[in-house]
Ligand binder design. Sequence first.
Ligand code: B12
Length: 389
Amino acid sequence: MPSSIRILTAVPICDGHDSAINTINLEFIRHGVEVIYLGYHRSVGDIVRAAIQEDVRAIGISSYNGGHIEFFAAVVDLLRKKGADDIKVFGGGGGTITHDDAATMRRKGVDEIFFAGTSLDDMVKFVHRRYGKPRTRRPRPKSFDQELGHKLSEIEERYAKGKRPTSNAQRSTSKSGARHQTSNIKHQTSRVIGFTGPGGAGKTTLIDELILRFLHRNPKGRIAILSHDPSVVGEGALLGDRATMINSQDDRVFMRSMATRGQAGGLSPATHDCLALLARSNFDYVIIETVGTGQEAMPFQKNGIVDSTVLVMNPDYGSRLQLQKIVMLDLADIVVVNKSDLQRARTAHTEIEQRLEQNRRHQQLVDTVAKRHRDSGVDRLFELISNRE
Ligand code: B12
């Protein structure tokens, strides 16, 4: 199985024109490309940081704000400065980018600009032709994040080629194994927190709010996020969690997005080894977020690689009977009822509390409104996570 092409797409700062890139993203995904979408109103620094951490082949920028010559050139320059000019830059912007502008942009290092009227098919063909071949020589990493990005890609590629993990990775397949690993990258272990729950419960927003609290509490700390979105083997995927993240666009946050590449249960075949690498890479915490999961999912059961698990629920789960079927309610250390400003949230809290009491495991139950800044429930969750050993 050839490994998927990974590209990052974004809309520049002071620009909210995202309907073009949303259409283009879908077309890329339909043709086997894994698209990490960063969202709109994104700065040069945010785009380059994400591209290096995600170790993408190229960055596709959709620009309508009129500042395209300067913006594209600034992205190319920062990539060069960071030693990451193996990551290429291309894009478009309908009626706003003229042919003369495009010629200037190409001279400044942009690969290609697409004009109004170009077919989606032509853009897909370009991406496959230009970025589809395996990368042969990688530049020597200039930063910790770049080195880590390369190593995570190597792990994913090994799995894509159907190869077994290296002995190093195999030794890392348990939390205790990971603790005794030595590696070029690092020497210390991190606390690993697993987040799971149904799609739309607000996991990503909640994680982003926890990151904000972490960055305030630990002025020098670093945190990693390993985030998952679903995909079928050999097909594309929209890896869109970064677009929801605001506080996590920070140099002290390392984030990597993974497609599940056909594996059921919320994680990817390569997750385990990627997580083991992150866990021994000097982060204070590593947060792992599954795809939106179903009743039967128990994504963190195998191999015991997380220290704590958090199940994030939406109050609208249906009747009380549904709670009996959610396996993670037996396994999670902390259960969160997010969106607790919704009408059904009080009932949900009572029903889930009764369900957890039956387990007799002293599981914690927290109500949050992750979308609300400075939410006291998120504060409480942060303290619970920080105080857990
Ligand atoms: C739709 C639209 C809007 C929608 C945006 C909806 C949304 N969520 O995206 C709304 C109505 C909200 C809007 C608002 C505004 N807009 Co407006 N908008 C447009 C419009 C009509 C079409 C843009 C579009 O989506 N085209 C559809 C795409 C698919 O086609 P395309 O642009 O031709 O792109 C082709 C290629 O370039 C390529 N491509 C594009 N991006 C990328 C990226 C990659 C990676 C690749 C490979 C290819 C590629 O794909 C297409 C292939 O055929 C343009 C006019 C125009 N002709 O461009 C104005 C336009 C961009 N808007 C403009 C302005 C001024 C505004 C506002 C500031 C207006 C105001 N005063 O409020 C606001 C700003 C909003 C904001 N927050 O940024 C100006 C910008 C002028 C400038 N930069 O000098 C334009 C050019 C209109 C004009 N002639 O004045 N806008």
